[in-house]
Design a protein around this ligand. Structure first.
Ligand SMILES: [Zn+2]
Length: 144
């Protein structure tokens, strides 16, 4: 939402709120209720969606904080990987570790499959590839 649209909506909310108060003072309850609804609606809508610019900035920051996937390994590097290959679903990193108690994983709690990615701070279930080639294909897809 553009900044001026938000300002106009806030203005409408303030004006209709004022009208509501005046109507209340003069005992026009039904009219006051209707104007009050308009005031509340205008206020809620003006608050509901963040600025387009702000949303774009946040999306850009999110994209920047996510590291690029590791390069697709060549045949020799791929052959060094142990099968099955367990990797981070967010960034494709293979150096993930099991989540500890500080990440909310409790032994025997059914969450022992949780992993932590030291590269992108992903916490959750890892991706497992039975074949190295499947992992390579996944990396290629991550790279776009
Ligand atoms: Zn990761």
């Amino acid at each position: 939402m553009q900044r001026w649209v938000r300002l106009v909506l806030l203005g409408v909310a303030a004006l209709t709120g004022l009208v509501t108060l005046v109507l209340l003072v003069y005992g026009q309850l039904l009219a006051a209720l209707l104007w009050g609804l308009v005031a509340v609606a205008a206020f809620v809508v003006s608050r509901a969606s963040p600025d387009d610019e702000e949303a774009q900035r946040r999306a850009a920051a999110r994209a920047a904080s996510r590291p690029a996937p590791p390069p697709v390994p060549d045949a020799a590097a791929l052959a060094d990987l142990k099968e099955p290959v367990t990797a981070c679903p967010e960034c494709g990193f293979v150096g993930i570790r099991m989540a500890g108690i500080q990440e909310g994983a409790w032994p025997g709690g059914g969450s022992m499959m949780k992993v932590v990615c030291p590269r992108c701070d992903y916490v959750g279930l890892p991706l497992e590839f039975a074949k190295r080639e499947d992992y390579a294909a996944f990396l290629a897809e991550l790279a776009g």
